[in-house]
Design a protein around this ligand. Structure first.
Ligand SMILES: [Fe+2]
Ligand SMILES: [Fe+2]
Length: 165
């Protein structure tokens, strides 16, 4: 068996996040549709647009590596998205729905932040500055999204969740 090194790990993790981003791209319109408050709906729609750009950045990183853009099943994101779907089902029409949607979305963002943080550092370590820059751009978007979601939770969703319908 060949000895696997950091570049193998990098490619493997790139495939993982490529799979994840495309799953997220499918989940975001459903979350936007489910969201009750206009703020949360708008946040999901904005992030859907950003996510399209993030998928394109990943394709550029594959290009830099001279590899075909391919995903690899990521059970972690499948599970996180499944939990979000559970919340949509179980809290449908209830005042706590948006708070639940924010929590599900933040779980997604945190997963992405850990992946992009690792990939950015590995790209730097491997001397791939252009790839590192692309990954850093997405990392910044994910962090901003996470912060925006915290803002919506504080300003809207959590208050509503405490009140009667
Ligand atoms: Fe993303
Ligand atoms: Fe994201």
């Amino acid at each position: 068996m060949a000895e696997k090194k950091l570049d193998d790990l990098f490619l493997d993790t790139l495939k993982d996040i490529y799979y994840a981003e495309r799953k997220i791209l499918k989940a975001l319109p459903k979350m936007a549709k489910a969201a009750q408050s206009p703020e949360l709906k708008a946040a999901f729609e904005k992030h859907e647009d950003e996510t399209e750009g993030q998928v394109e950045r990943l394709q550029k990183v594959f290009e830099i590596l001279g590899k075909k853009a391919r995903g690899k099943v990521c059970p972690a994101i499948d599970g996180i998205i499944e939990e979000g779907e559970e919340i949509m089902d179980e809290f449908k029409g209830s005042p706590a729905l948006d708070a639940g949607l924010v929590s599900a979305a933040q779980a997604v963002e945190h997963y992405e932040i850990t992946r992009y943080g690792t990939l950015k550092r590995w790209a730097q370590e491997l001397g791939m500055q252009d790839a590192a820059r692309l990954l850093a751009q997405t990392l910044a978007e994910e962090s901003k999204t996470d912060e925006a979601l915290t803002g919506i939770a504080d300003a809207v969703a959590n208050q509503k969740a405490k009140k009667a319908a």
